[in-house]
Design a protein around this ligand. Sequence first.
Ligand code: 5AD
Ligand code: SF4
Length: 474
Amino acid sequence: MNVFEIPTKLHDEKRQGEAYAPVGQESALFHKKFYIESYGCQMNFSDSEIVASILHQEGFGATRQFEEASLILLNTCSIREKAEQTIRKRLTEFRKIKEQKPDLLIGVLGCMAERLKTKLLEEEKLVDIVVGPDAYRSLPALITEAETGQKAVNVLLSREETYADISPVRLDSNGVTAFVSIMRGCNNMCSFCVVPFTRGRERSRSANSIIEEIKDLVEKGFREVTLLGQNVDSYYWFDESTNTTVNFAQLLEKVALLHPLLRVRFSTSHPKDITDEVLYTMAKYKNICKYIHLPIQSGNTRILQLMNRTYSREWYLAKVDRIKEIIPDCAISTDIISGFCTETEEEHNDTLSAMEYAQYDYAYMFFYSERPGTLAARRFTDDVPEEVKKRRLQEIINLQNELSKKSNEKDIGKTFEVLIEGESKKDATFWKGRNSQNKMLVFPKAHYNFKPGDYVNVQVESATQATLIGQIVA
Ligand code: 5AD
Ligand code: SF4
């Protein structure tokens, strides 16, 4: 999973809730303004760009100032209880603003809309519009309905919707890197996960529409795309006109061949689905980044079974070995959940030892949060006390901090090709950008005339846990 992470995990994730405004779009051209905040996984941020495109067609321009918007949208996440609490708090704040400004419309999009359906509308009277992840095309009609004072809801899930024909409006873009959604939904049914319920069945987007979208990005000067899906390795497209099929490895190859200066990344991979064919394709093309996000969730086979992950500890660790055998310089990151139902201290220690074995470069770590309606909520008792979950999580975080530091220290002295993404936030005399392994590097601009979108060779001189610091080398 995980664009939520599904969470898509990229080191430099956008701040949660960050408001978007399209870069280079003259919002004065639009007679109405909308303000959107996105929470959760990269898929949600990507969906907000589809929503922006649909709203543009209706004459709505994006604004960063909610005070000037007539429509406020929150694209929400249900993956953990804490995410939902944060969003509820934010909705209450917007509700107060609406008391002063009765014409203001407030809408909830995404996973919370799907999970809670009419609850936010009826019981809590927090919002005017509720739209699930597969119903964004109906947003204009729902806005019209809400403008007449009716409560507007569409949470129908679809087996087909991929928004393939909608060109996303890039919001807050750096003009260099972009996310491209290649599939939606998830069929995996990991027992802890609410995503199959909020985002529905898995479906892939047509290969042609993906390639066309990326070609357009390349023409606009973009130099990196991240192919997004809850489970990208199960991508599958059958083209009726040519009678041919495209799997994920073939899609990766097609994208890699579009332009030698275009980098390709992807997220997320389920360990059970990432094939040798994908690994060999990654090894074959220099512009496919050597980085895999491979969620383990737990290092204990009994817990993995309860989680319905369909692999054992040994099988997962053998996959890690295989990745390192085929792509020796590949970075690997992971997702880990502490304190899943019935987890013992020994089973928790298995997670720590699996982390040591895999030597992760980076990890996203959480304590288990029971989600209503999931298999785990129905079948198991959430019986690990919260303080135990949190203490185990802290041990996991402490270990990962050591592993990340070690991984970064190993890079000191090495030279990497870095794609410049923009100025360093801390110091405008420095550039920032990533290497193939998805590590963030910062380095002085010096006397060179490079710009965002250029590739430079950077030799690493020092490292913190999160960043590599270096110098451009000729
Ligand atoms: N509790 C805690 N973490 C969860 N994740 C998914 N569902 C839950 C949950 N109920 C984590 C998994 C997943 C990541 C996106 O979020 O690690 O890979
Ligand atoms: Fe990821 Fe599993 Fe959830 Fe699917 S069900 S989104 S694979 S964690």
